[in-house]
Structure formats: structure tokens, C-alpha cells
Write a protein that binds this ligand. Structure first.
Ligand code: CA
Length: 425
């Protein structure tokens, strides 16, 4: 997607701005315990917290470290995944069709859940489809061993030690065997991929057999998802958000999940529904998000979008849940097509950030992650160069930054030559 001269100027920018690359020493194992010592400590904590010794032993007696889990945990992505690539993998024709089927199959239960918890059926089915393909892929990693591996690794030890202790408590409460507790390498379990803390706090018995089983009971899983969303603050009677159109002259600095306005205010700024009708003139709070910048569809998202993000803290995930839910109940494709944006190497994003820093648009450390500072830097660059200032790194932005950097390098080299001539006179 990006041309190769980008690499060349990146190297140049690196040497100009940073000098020789520094290598930080990451070797400090003096405080880390061996796996066995770490497990002994966790065993002790589990017993002290009152978990039956029988279950502590069943969980940790033959526990083993899984190197593969650490590999997954360390695995750095090589590519920036763009929103179209993310969405197209998740909201597929197969999932929409299967979702419709599931909506029919579980019609009676889903209607009860909507009645009791306020969550519409199509959202429950959408979460289920996105998490595990409606239960067809729940993960096969041993949960206790995986969590123990992460708990005894320094990177996120505190979090995973808590999850491991809760997982053992869960074994005790539900009389679970270690063999039954399978899931993702990071500890998510069952049809809805609940972490142990979500399982123990929010999962409920939906089929009335006295057990809470997220692996083998679809009723338990769907009821648990409904209860979880209800507890996370789902507002009954509201949707996740909607696609909207924005006027030609628009200040894209208004966009972003953290900036809210009322529907009446958005309406006053020229935002409309995609059928060109007006938004309702209310004080309902909403944020404008543009997952692919000004060139793609725009969305106003409401409070329930935040609820979805409390399940999984990702705007792309929340859009996928909302869109799949809509498609399952027969709503059409988005009005504005997603631009064709393939994934691209992280190194290209690092180069872009270095270019912005070199040009004086401070985006902080060039880490390849598109956070708020990078978006703000791109927006400032776009404003300074008479481009649509949406803060989104389209190819045209990459190209323009590259051009400006080359110009600036030429000027800087000229200045150095002038300096040398001066000193020689
Ligand atoms: Ca049950």
C-alpha cells in the first residue's frame, strides 16, 4: 500500500532526529520467582482466602507452565489492522444468516430475556456470533494452566493472579474439573468468552438445573450475556447508534468518542439520518465516530455503545456488534461504503509518526499505535496543508507527509551547507 521511498526517508529522519539507536536493557530478572515458587505463593493465598484445599490441589497440584501462552502474549502484530479489514472478517454473510437462524431457534428464551433484562434478542445473538461463532469455537486451551502461566509472568502478574484465584473459586462453586475448563489462552471461557471475574459475578443459571455452565448450556450462556449487559448499564429501548450523513463543510474536530453533544446540537451542525431526514430534536447525548475518516461512513453512537465497549474496550468491536445485530434483523448494509483499506505494516505508521515529529507536529513516541496524539498530529498537519482535517491516515496523508519531509530535509541540508561555507570564510 505504501511505496518504498518511505522506508528511505524514515532512516534519514531517524538519524537526523535520534542519532544512534539506543538499546535499553530489559534484563532484570532479579525480582522474579521461579514458576514453582510463584505457584506455592498462589496456593497459599488461595487457602488463606478460604477456598477448599481439595480444589486448590485439583487446580494447582499438577499445574504446568505453557510456553505457547507466553508466545501468544508477546506476539506483536506486524500490521495495522484497518477498520474495513476488521469488520469484513467479522460481519460476514455466514454470520448474518446463522444469526437469523439462532434468533428463530431461541425465539422463546430470547423474548423472555428481553422482557427480564431489557436487552433485545438480536444484540444477544450478535455477541454470541462474534465471540464464538454461536458456540462453534470456544477455545481449547486449559484455563487454569494458561492463567497460572500468565500469573507467574511479570508482565501482567497482578491481573492474572486475581483471575486465577477467581477461576479456582469458580471450580469450587460449580464443582468444575480442570479438564472442563477450556477456553482462550488469555482465560476467556465458554459460549460468551467470559473471564473468570465476569463468570463468577455475572453468569447465571438460565436452564434451571442449579449450575451455571457457559460451555454446555446455550440457555445459561445467553441468560448470562443478558444479565452481564444489564449490569453494565444497558439502556432498554435504545439502540447502539446509527449511521448519519455529515455536511460538506464540517469541522472534524467535533468527532471522537470522548466528545458528546445532544442530538439537537448535532442536528444544528447539519448531521442528518442517511435517508436525509432530521435527527430527533432531543437532548439525547451522542458522539460522532468515523472509523475510516471522512472518506467512509459516519456514526452517531449512544450510551449503549459505551456498554458494548465495557464488554470489550474497542470501538471497532462495538461497531461490529451493532452492525451485526442490525443485519440479523434485516436492516440494510451501511449507506456509505467502507473504503478499500488493506492492512499495512506497523513500520509505515512508525515512519508517519516520525515524519510528523520531524515536521514539528508532536505526536510523542513513534510506536506505530494510532492514539489520540497521533490523530491530533495528523489533524494539525492536514489543517496546515489544506486537507480535510479528519485526523485519519489515508494514503494521501502518507504521501503528503513524505513530500513535506523531503522538502524540509532539502532545506535543512541547504542550511548546513550555508553554515559550513560561512565557517570557511
Ligand atoms: Ca444451568
Amino acid at each position: 500500500m505504501l511505496n518504498h521511498s518511505m522506508q528511505a526517508w524514515c532512516v534519514l529522519v531517524m538519524t537526523l532526529t535520534f542519532g544512534p539507536v539506543m538499546h535499553a536493557s530489559a534484563q532484570d530478572a532479579s525480582h522474579s520467582l521461579s514458576f514453582e515458587q510463584c505457584i506455592t505463593n498462589i496456593q497459599q493465598t488461595a487457602l488463606e482466602s478460604g477456598i477448599d484445599a481439595k480444589y486448590v490441589d485439583a487446580a494447582l497440584g499438577d499445574v504446568r507452565k505453557i510456553d505457547k501462552v507466553l508466545e501468544y502474549d508477546r506476539n506483536q502484530p506486524e500490521f495495522v489492522q484497518t477498520f474495513p479489514a476488521y469488520l469484513n472478517k467479522r460481519v460476514t454473510d455466514w454470520r448474518i444468516a446463522k444469526g437469523k437462524e439462532m434468533l428463530k431457534k431461541h425465539n422463546a428464551l430470547l423474548a423472555q430475556l428481553t422482557q427480564k433484562y431489557g436487552i433485545p434478542a438480536h444484540y444477544l445473538v450478535s455477541f454470541w456470533g462474534l465471540e464464538t461463532n454461536f458456540g462453534s469455537y470456544k477455545g481449547k486451551m486449559p484455563i487454569i494452566d494458561s492463567l497460572a502461566t500468565l500469573a507467574c509472568d511479570p508482565r501482567r502478574s497482578r491481573f492474572f493472579t486475581q483471575e486465577l484465584l477467581i477461576a479456582i473459586r469458580l471450580m469450587e462453586r460449580e464443582s468444575l474439573t480442570k479438564t472442563k475448563m477450556q477456553g482462550s489462552w488469555a482465560g476467556a471461557m465458554g459460549h460468551t468468552q467470559f473471564m473468570p471475574s465476569a463468570y463468577i459475578n455475572y453468569a447465571v443459571d438460565g436452564d434451571g438445573d442449579g449450575k451455571v455452565d457457559l460451555w454446555d448450556s446455550e440457555e445459561d450462556a445467553l441468560t448470562s450475556a443478558a444479565n452481564f449487559l444489564n449490569q453494565l448499564g444497558w439502556q432498554s429501548g435504545f439502540r447502539w447508534g446509527r449511521e448519519v450523513t455529515i455536511p460538506n463543510e464540517f469541522d472534524y474536530a467535533y468527532a471522537g468518542k470522548d466528545r458528546t453533544k445532544t442530538l439537537a446540537q448535532w442536528s444544528a451542525l447539519g448531521i442528518k439520518k442517511v435517508d436525509d431526514s432530521s435527527l430527533s430534536d432531543t437532548d439525547l447525548s451522542a458522539s460522532l465516530i468515523l472509523p475510516t475518516g471522512a472518506s467512509g461512513p459516519a456514526f452517531l453512537v449512544y450510551a449503549n455503545f459505551d456498554v458494548i465497549m465495557r464488554w470489550n474496550n474497542s470501538e471497532s468491536y462495538a461497531l461490529a456488534v451493532g452492525y451485526l445485530a442490525d443485519r440479523i434483523v434485516g436492516k440494510p448494509q451501511w449507506y456509505k461504503a467502507l473504503p478499500d483499506l488493506p492492512n499495512y505494516p506497523i513500520s509505515d505508521m512508525v515512519s508517519l509518526q516520525e515524519g510528523l515529529n520531524y515536521l514539528g507536529f508532536d505526536v510523542g513516541k513513534a510506536d506505530g499505535i494510532i492514539g489520540p496524539a497521533t490523530r491530533a498530529g495528523i489533524r494539525s498537519f492536514q489543517l496546515a496543508n489544506n486537507m480535510v482535517a479528519d485526523g485519519y491516515p489515508m494514503q494521501s496523508v502518507f504521501d503528503a507527509i513524505q513530500r513535506e519531509v523531503q522538502k524540509r530535509i532539502a532545506i535543512d541540508e541547504q542550511a548546513q551547507v550555508g553554515q559550513r561555507v560561512k565557517s570557511e570564510i
